[in-house]
Design a protein around this ligand. Structure first.
Ligand SMILES: *Cc1c(COP(=O)(O)O)cnc(C)c1O
Length: 227
């Protein structure tokens, strides 16, 4: 993608975010996570040059190569893909955030493996809000117990929740799915008011997510083009 297209995509996206926040009378403190899976280090460098600072990656090997290649830049790296429990160490060592923690075993390993020289690893629990349609994510019924256990672990800090609703939902169903995640966070906040993050909304549904309280949106296609 040429530099002009990338710039105009980013400008359009930030305008959508601004308008959505305004429409739901929210302060525009929404963080844009640029999802850079399958994109080259050069593309990420160009996006960083245009002001993006946070990047989300799904595939570990690919991500580690890009993180190394871009180590001269001051970027914030988020792991957002499925996690195999035997692959947690490089995640604990190289990322700032992990959005896709959905079981205690993974959280324990990230906690043990987070280098003591680094700040706490920031964690979101991935919640399954689409029932049987999804295999990833903790079920709502099991979320409170998992959240409590994760909050007790050292060197990782629970920040909030993440979800990926089923694809192709009508706007009404998108709103309903995101509202489910917001209410789940509100329930946890009764015990843990410091939880402050709702990671929800992608290229196709970010307006609904922002209306329902997203604090981080994860956008790939509408920044970098189709994969
Ligand atoms: C790929 C991906 C995104 C970005 O999706 P787009 O539709 O390209 O914006 C967001 N979140 C997760 C977890 C993803 O895997």
């Amino acid at each position: 993608m040429n530099a002009d297209t990338l710039k105009s995509n980013i400008d359009k996206l930030l305008e959508r975010v601004r308008l959505s926040a305004q429409k739901s009378q929210r302060e525009n403190s929404i963080r844009v996570l640029a999802v850079s899976k399958t994109r080259s280090a050069d593309e990420i460098r160009r996006a960083a040059g245009l002001g993006l600072h946070e990047f989300g990656e799904n595939y570990l090997q690919e991500a580690l190569a890009k993180i190394a290649e871009l180590s001269d830049l001051d970027l914030c790296w988020h792991f957002i893909g499925p996690i195999q429990s035997n692959k947690t160490r490089p995640i604990a060592e190289h990322f700032h955030w992990v959005h896709s923690v959905d079981r205690l075993k993974v959280a324990r390993r990230l906690s043990e493996q987070r280098p003591r020289s680094l700040p706490d690893l920031q964690i979101c629990l991935q919640v399954n809000i689409s029932g049987e349609a999804s295999k990833s994510g903790v079920d709502l019924a099991e979320l409170p117990a998992l959240a409590r256990a994760v909050m007790a672990l050292p060197r990782i800090r629970l920040r909030g929740l993440m979800a990926i609703p089923a694809a192709g939902l009508e706007p009404e169903a998108q709103h309903a799915a995101f509202a489910t995640l917001r209410r789940a966070l509100e329930n946890l906040q009764q015990e843990a008011p410091e939880l402050d993050t709702l990671s929800m909304g992608m290229s196709g549904d970010l307006e609904a997510a922002i209306a329902e309280g997203a604090t981080i949106i994860r956008v790939g296609t509408d920044i970098f083009g189709p994969r």
